[in-house]
Design a protein around this ligand. Structure first.
Ligand code: KG4
Ligand code: ZN
Length: 352
């Protein structure tokens, strides 16, 4: 089976072709970083227009690199939400047009399911597994029981971890996107210099909260001598922030492991996915946790953690081989929780 996938839900225009032998046949990715950088974040209108301009080119490039023709495809998939609706519509319309012209089944893929299933392409992980999904828009712990079968154990009650990284970077003048910049600066920093809070520590369950940590970074920054922010201060604050985030993630994942073992006592794998999973420090901390809990940690290669076309092509393939095709009238969904039955988390700025 060979499937083309298209990703346009945020600021990457991406496409890829994968097969059911877990091989990536061809891929293409165009990042809009430069277009959004002056604004310090993604501007939805600019993103949508850029997707419109580049989608055909990116699809053509992925197809060209894969060496297959549209006639060789068994299906076409697009991220159909959650995400910035203008961009999502571009990807979905592109995929639907290809499906209609070449008479192919169409799969409307939940972007989060793309992140969730990537580990099955890269490492052949079997269901069920525990998933920590940490991206710019989401921070969730899920029991992944099958394609389309997710049980949410915890989520953030305010900011996502990616947002906390991005906002910390912005306050420190490190630019956008913040995650990689904070990680790089932290390498030279002293994590013990600033005592930042570990939100939710000691509380039962596995919800997250990061807004207090973000506020603490701002207050720490304001307490430093004005106009004299040295490179070492930035490095120390980044390292202290990352250590706090690491402690929070490890503690909440520990709770999730105990929770998931109640229903799946033999669970053997902890998967980390989403953009923040590219962070080597957090991967290291999760590796230690997994080892202590006798679990295998699977973290896809960094380029498959941040948004890409491969994850959508693979999730589409997983759905299509189960017969889960969607109609060409499928409407994009700006909000689309993986576990619609999860009770709402209570908190100030709750996301999906
Ligand atoms: O999954 P993703 O590419 O897009 C969303 O679906 O949101 O995630 C983007 C997020 C951004 O917040 C970015 O700062 C963060 O992932 N990120 C990182 C790193 N690389 C990307 N955060 C921490 N460390 C990194 N190395
Ligand atoms: Zn994503």
């Amino acid at each position: 089976m060979i499937v083309l996938g298209i990703e346009t839900s945020c600021d990457e225009t991406a496409a890829a072709v994968v097969n059911d032998g877990r091989r990536i046949l061809g891929e293409s990715l165009l990042s809009q970083l430069e277009a959004h950088e002056p604004f310090g974040g993604v501007v939805p209108e600019i993103a949508a227009r850029a997707h419109l301009e580049y989608a055909d080119h990116v699809v053509g490039q992925a197809m060209g690199r894969s060496g297959v023709t549209f006639a060789d495809l068994d299906g076409v998939a697009a991220a159909a939400g959650p995400g910035l609706i203008g961009g999502v519509m571009v990807g979905v319309m592109t995929a639907k047009a290809i499906a209609a012209v070449h008479d192919l089944p169409f799969a409307a893929v939940n972007h989060l399911e793309g992140h969730a299933l990537t580990a099955r392409l890269t490492d052949d992980v079997a269901f069920p597994y525990l998933l920590l999904l940490v991206s710019g828009g989401h921070c969730q712990l899920l029991a992944v029981e099958g394609v389309g079968a997710y049980r949410r154990l915890g989520t953030t009650i305010d900011d996502s971890l990616g947002e906390a990284f991005d906002k910390t970077a912005k306050m420190l003048g490190l630019g956008y996107p913040g995650g990689p910049a904070v990680e790089k600066a932290a390498l030279a920093g002293n994590a013990a210099r600033f005592a930042l809070p570990r939100p939710m520590r000691g509380r039962p369950g596995c919800h997250f909260s990061f807004s207090g940590l973000k506020t603490a970074v701002r207050q720490t920054l304001m307490a430093l001598p004005e106009g004299k922010l040295e490179t070492a201060d930035i490095a120390d604050l980044c390292a202290s922030f990352q250590a706090a985030a690491g402690d929070v993630v490890v503690e909440r994942c520990g709770h999730a492991i105990r929770m998931v073992r109640q229903t799946h006592p033999a669970i053997g794998t902890l998967v980390v996915a989403g953009g923040v999973a590219a962070n080597a420090y957090l991967r290291g901390r999760l590796g230690e946790l997994a080892k202590a809990e006798s679990l295998r940690l699977v973290a896809p290669p960094q380029r498959l953690c941040t948004d890409n076309g491969v994850m959508i092509a693979w999730a589409g393939l997983e759905r299509l081989r189960l017969g889960l095709a969607d109609g060409l009238d499928f409407a994009p969904r700006p909000r689309w929780p993986l576990d619609p039955d999860a009770p709402p988390a209570t908190g100030a700025g709750v996301k999906a």
